[in-house]
Design a protein around this ligand. Structure first.
Ligand code: PBG
Length: 325
């Protein structure tokens, strides 16, 4: 005996009722806004495949960060472009790098904003891979010290959290040890634990000028077909000292987000990556979709799957829309 006793529509009759019983409440307080820092002064270049997203010099980064903080977004994630690329990506740990200078400028402006930095080498290496390359191979162990140096330089400049995205084995442990040796025991690590080898990073590689110059990232990023392996990757990163973990990309991996959420008791973040953003933007610019409803539905879906933190290029728009709701 269900109908007519049970009528689920009773709770859908008005917005007040729907609001009362809503299971997932999207909030600006869980958003992280990714940004691209480049060398120079007064530089602000729009990324053609990511409308509304810019490569910016540190002085401009601070100005946008002011806006981000005013919107109530708690954190930014900084990526960096170097002046020159080389074999080892040595500008990644330069105290005069665009990321390091941006952090210092944000600190000086005393903004109410957490500064998270992406730790990787691909933007800085001439070959565009996330680690050291020898004879056409991406070497794991020799890359670890370089990644740790990059993380330390970000923290010295004033970063609150470091986020390794390289997918070398053992990098969380190497970074944790390096930070602890330098008395930064309280700086958290946001690990890209389950990072898939994805075509959804395409527009980002234009933004960060980080496309690999030969081959691809299949020998270090995860195979999109694997979900159980994601649980293993997360377990290993947590054992090595990760504080928060990321599943990336978000939309094609909602099952992975859900399984990670169920298995582990740490904050779970999801990265709504560049092509997820670009596809929505392109369709919205053509007038084919309702951008606001589509974005809120996508982010609600990511949160419903189990991510309490979402890294998204839509963060500023979402903060504005949620303020009006
Ligand atoms: C660097 C890195 C990438 C992204 C974040 N960190 C690109 C890649 O691995 O090729 C992608 C982010 C996005 O697409 O928005 N390793």
């Amino acid at each position: 005996m269900t109908f007519p006793l049970h009528r689920p529509r009773r709770l859908r009759r008005s917005e007040a009722l729907r609001e009362l019983v809503r299971e997932t409440r999207l909030s600006t307080s869980g958003l992280i806004y990714p940004m691209f820092a480049c060398p120079g002064n007064k530089v602000r270049t729009e990324v053609s495949s990511m409308p509304g997203i810019y490569q910016q010099s540190p002085d401009q980064i601070v100005e946008e960060c002011r806006e981000v903080a005013d919107l109530g977004i708690p954190a930014v994630l900084l990526f960096g472009l170097p002046e020159h690329k080389d074999e080892t990506g040595s500008e990644a740990w330069s105290p005069r790098g665009a990321v390091q200078l941006s952090i210092e400028a944000i600190r000086k402006a005393k903004l109410n904003l957490l500064v998270i930095t992406d730790v990787c080498l691909c933007e800085y290496t001439s070959h565009g891979h996330c680690g050291v390359v020898k004879d056409g191979e991406v070497l794991n162990d020799p890359s670890l010290a370089l990644l740790a140096d990059a993380a330390l330089s970000h923290v010295r400049a004033g970063a609150d959290i470091v986020a390794p995205s390289d997918m070398m084995d053992g990098r969380v442990a190497a970074i944790r040890a390096k930070l602890d040796d330098n008395k930064f025991t309280d700086i958290a690590i946001l690990a890209y634990a389950a990072k898939y080898c994805s075509a959804f990073y395409g527009p980002f590689r234009e933004a960060a000028q980080s496309a690999p110059q030969f081959g691809d990232r299949r020998s270090y990023q995860m195979d999109p077909a694997n979900a159980r392996e994601a649980l293993r990757e997360v377990a290993l990163d947590l054992e090595e000292g990760a504080d928060i973990i990321i599943v990336k990309p978000a939309l094609p991996y909602l099952d992975v987000i859900q399984r990670v959420r169920e298995r582990f008791d740490v904050p779970v973040a999801a990265y709504n990556v560049s092509a997820e953003y670009s596809m929505v933007k392109a369709a919205a610019l053509k007038g084919w979709i309702d951008e606001q409803r589509i974005v809120l539905e996508i982010l609600t879906g990511i949160q419903r799957a189990g991510a309490s933190i979402i890294l998204t290029y839509h963060a500023k728009d979402v903060a504005r829309w949620l303020k009006k709701c």
